[in-house]
Design a protein. Sequence first.
Length: 232
Amino acid sequence: METALVERHEVEIVKAPAEVLAAAQEAAKALQAVITGKRRPVVFNGETYLEFEDWQTVGKFYGLTAQVEWTKPLSEARESGTEIIGYEAQAIIVHAMTGQVISRAESMCMREEKNWAGKPLFQLRSMAQTRACAKAFRNVLAWVVVLAGFKPTPAEEMDGVMKDTSTSEKATISPPLPGDTNTAEWFMKEIREAKTKSMATQRNIEAHKSDKINQDQKTQIQDAYDEKWGGK
């Protein structure tokens, strides 16, 4: 009778959790500033989603870059012959310094999608690649994005859903325009009544960047944010 030897691998903490979280929170804070400064951030149902370029930004914090491994057409037999109905792509995330592959993901873009019906094939191919790259980033960096108060699903995967968002709904979640009465009281009210943490986070960042609010008021706004959203 032969005895099989099973090699055991213990799962160990490779870095102090407090140190990991401190670095991630620093990255999350920088990401918040980037998203808040965007002219048109992607917001749906009160939640903010990152576009591929935003995922690239987070990747840069950690020395990661995306590469497309392959793209292939998806076809279907029709009476008139074989017709291309979309594209599938696979992408990887590579650590720039070592060349190590960190993540891999596949994604598609199909003509059956409402927003892609009738579009030229090169656009479908490009979107399949973009979605795959964003998804590969999401596999390793979603936890940092969530720490920043944003949704971990790439915006490109919400494409068909977000196009149906009404103008009135978008208006309720858009940032205040220059000249609005964005006083300390206004920001505290917005933060306390926000439907999601990402909305409250966005208002908190806007308040700290405002030149209409003094430092004491910014501290009060931060306290209001921490009291309502700090533990969520």
